[in-house]
Design a protein around this ligand. Sequence first.
Ligand code: MSP
Length: 484
Amino acid sequence: MIKKFYVTTPIYYVNDQPHIGHAYTTIAADVLARYWRNKLGKDKVFFLTGTDEHGDKVAAGAKAEGLEITEFVDKYASKFQETFKRLSIDYNKFIRTTEPEHNDSVQIFMNKLNQAGAVYQGVYEGLYCRDCEDFYREKDLADGQCPVHLKPPELVKEKNWFFRLEKYLRQVEELIASGELVIEPVNINKEVQGLLKQGLKDFSITRERVNWGLDFPVDSSLKIYVWVEALQNYISAIGYGRDDKEFNAWWPADIHLMAKDIIKFHCIYWPAMLLAAGEKLPRKIFAHGFFTVNGQKMSKTLKNAIDPNKLINKFGADATRYLLLSQFPFGQDGDIKESSFDEQYQASLANGVGNLVARVSKMIEQYLDGQINKSIKPSQEFNQHCELIEQEIEQLHLQGAIKTIQKALSSLDEVIEKAQPWQMAKEDKPQELKEILSQQAASILKLAQYIQLFMPETGQKIQDQFKQDKITKGEILFPRIESE
Ligand code: MSP
């Protein structure tokens, strides 16, 4: 078993409000962090998330809103922080790339790349999409437009410094093939291998025109390309070059989580940069799918991005977490239909876990005066569900784990339907009655540990309720939602 667990999410651009895409990855990372904290101990897990605050795109956003850049990034970084707090995201650090410590580490890392001979000066001419903060080749354009943002890229010619990517490509390819650098799921691994076979070119690591960025230490008239410093957040957050003890305690990361939109940067550029600097590579990179909303890509122009706060206001943080992660398998693409959330909330949460907990606790209160036999344990069959949940979480089958939790709940419902404790009460079978309800309570208590990963507040409430010496019915976990 692993000894520590370091999990990261991408750092999100602060040019707009957080939407459910950002929430999705961050909730998933939170589930993993909570799981490993339970297994390894609280101080053996480090969960990093944060915001990516430099570059043209952010500067343009500030201009559009008529704000000073620093005001603008503060505004949106706090929106991310507030939203994550409301979603019960229990991170260890929220990094902002405008923190001086990030810059300190980046300067050290860039100097290291220079000393290793991994960077050189040249002139670059290319087609640049400002929204992607990336260059495109003619053949990758869609009708002359950026395939992601559907607008024409700008022709840019600048004096730049380059990173010798080509020198490290073979090594990256071998490390992926040998499984030393794990890239999951399989389709993403294949996509990355395909990119490597295409033959990527050395890439520019500085920008001449950009003002809002970190200085390039080798030539301070230039700024570092935002992606190059953003990737370094994963090491600057744990003290790279500043605190060796802290850094060595956490690096390499156990998993970098993200969606598939940014795998080239994470699976190829980042490992190559680390190899050049003589650092270890992350153990695993997992890219989940991309989801659409009602069949459409979420975008600012379409104004269809769903604000997680809207869902939290309606359903609460726990149900929002649950609804987002349960829609489609983690790792695959999917579609979110907000209109189906009411029904799912009612069916899976109110009538599911909420109803079972209320039903069992009520019977314990009514028939046993709240007293159960605490030496009675869950059944073998029930324990198998729990083992499966653990395996699924470790393999990142997060939707699978949710489904298995639902199965475990239904199995408890079935036991009640079959045994009919109310008949036992009528027929005066106190022994059997106590046994069955005690086993139900023990099972619910055990399952609550897993429920808590996905729904922290609910899981805690259930545990508090069933750990009492005298169990009472308690409050309704998932109250009826007022329809709009
Ligand atoms: N700033 C860069 C990442 C730098 S990491 C060193 C960036 N930011 S972003 O704000 O665009 O966030 C992209 C990430 O947000 C995705 O990789 C994913 O984690 C999440 N998602 C954004 N939209 C999403 C969907 N529609 N579906 C799933 N995840 C989504 O890229």
